[in-house]
Design a binder for this molecule. Sequence first.
Ligand code: DGJ
Length: 687
Amino acid sequence: MIHHLRAAGVDFILDARGTAAPVVVHWGRALGDLDAAALRALADAAIPAVAPSSIDRPFRVGVVPLLTEGWTGRPPVEISPFSPALRHLGTRRDGDTLVVTLALGDAWLELRYTLTPQGVLLVDRRVRNDGVADIEVRALAALLPVPARAREVLDFSGRWAGEREPQRLLPGHGVWARDTRHGRGGHDDPFLFTVGTPGFGFRHGEVWATHVAWSGDRSVWFERSDVGFSVVGAGERLDALALAPGETHEAPTVVAVWSDDGLDGLSARLHPWVRSWATPRGPRPVTLNTWEAVYFEQSLERLTPLVDAAARVGAERLVLDDGWFHGRTDDRRALGDWTVDERVWPDGLDPLISRVNGDGLEFGLWVEPEMISDDSDLARAHPEWMLTPADAVTWRFQHVLDLTHPDAWQYIHDRLDALLAQYPIAALKWDHNRDLLVPRTGDQVRALYRLLDALRAAHPGVEIESCASGGARIDLGILRRVDRFWTSDTNDPLARQRIQRWTGILIPPEFLGSHVGDERAHTTGRTASLAFRMTTALFLHAGIESDISKADDAQLDALAAWTALYRAHRALLHGGATVRVDDPDPAVLQHGVVAPDRGEALFAYVALDRFDQALPSPIVLPGLDTDRRYRVRAIDVGAPVRTVQDADPAWLVAGGAVLPGSVLAEGVLPPPLLAPGEALLLHVTTE
Ligand code: DGJ
């Protein structure tokens, strides 16, 4: 039978006739009225000719194509010993899911294709060893066809404090593959691997994208064969996983999404779906994090004025970062010893938490549970709990705790559980500051998931922030189990604007932390105005990471005005549709968030650098109702925005403009002559 899933303008059509592996006939645009006869006609018509010098029958790319059938491309499923005996056992529809079962030699395979109401395709895979001898699973990826017009690849690279740097290329014939080996996503995680029609942008072009919902190593690729097939593949990177008879392996979900409205079209599908995939939480509290404020210089005396200043500016949560636990005087020791340091906190954390709670803030605590320092009581007592060999090279002077060791897992679980029971902790910042640098890390990731799941089941009210040297573990596998990502260790707003723009394609803004740091950024040494720092942090889950106990009244007032602005617009910022503009000037970034009813929006026009012309490119406000009239006005973020000349355009001097959405999307409003490293914040309301 030919199966057809349709949702939100997306079709997924699977030809599951016969005993050969089913074939994805179409994944992309909805194709209009398709009854059973039309589906049959489509599937038959799509059978290709026989290529010259090739196998002697038409070749179709099945969901598990085999070398022996003529597939010389990269195999998505590889099981050893190789068997050419592939049988389609059946395909059934279960709600919005198609369940395909196959036998491949001794392996039993199940592929599940689910189309969500937002048109996001989820591909789940399972393999079971039905034989009597061990088998090795070398790959269990999802493979999806894309049309020949999908020629350009966009994926991501990056480094510490510079995550999710886009890279675009037009591969020729062959495979463009990204295989990662960090044991976590990594700063260079390919993240959302996208192929599309050449030149696609945020608001135009047809795009097909995949993401592996997994916090370990991944394999993602695009292959264009010279025969004429184009495919994308995605899955966890498996290092020859051994399966004993009767054993099953479940692969992480591959998320696949199509749009003909460019990258914003992907976000328009992904964001509402991700919001249903994650745990629902309340309004995202303004968060003061102590890291760049005090680093390891912790004490009640040092932190009390910071807590009070946080309360004064309207922060709602304070997170005590690294440095609070037994012997942790610097980053060279003590990981694993998760008891409060009695020298730093002689009366425990209670006096600090009382102050925090007394000032009306929630309390959060930093931990790095998957790690162990050589210089720790834990390592001295249990050297056998290290995943990394004791003589292996360290990274940030630390080793990895072997969570697959049942006693190590139980120890760390019980320690965290005890801390959560002892103190009124609203949130954990869960850090992970090194690559694993050992082969076969899948079981470690699965053990981490079990740990997070167990702690969340026992403490459902406790939120968790996933941090990994900044943003080296941002994926939808862990987002099932956490509530916030630390997007990057850079609080430099210039760097942040780019990182946030690209991370935000996949992850909705309310899950991404962004903090107002010091005037001189700790990571880059660059200075930025307070207004620019605040506008940059405003759009995500906003916070502060600076010693504001030393700030003057004017700065504190500005921060207070900004947190009030954030609270006033929080529902819009965290519940709307993210939109971005393809600006011809590389110095300009324009982005915004539009309310679901399109009655209100906030936009930022950002000058990253000196404009490439004296009069900068116009303000473009996409995503509004074309027929409705809107009032556009600049909002004061709480501190002055610098311009290179005191000569604002007339509409700004007049206090705003009223225009239809169609006109605003076209780009008619001139911006002020912003100085490099400034942003204009705009509020749009219906007339
Ligand atoms: C790395 C994180 O990304 C920082 O925010 C901070 O928590 C440090 N670790 C603490 O060691």
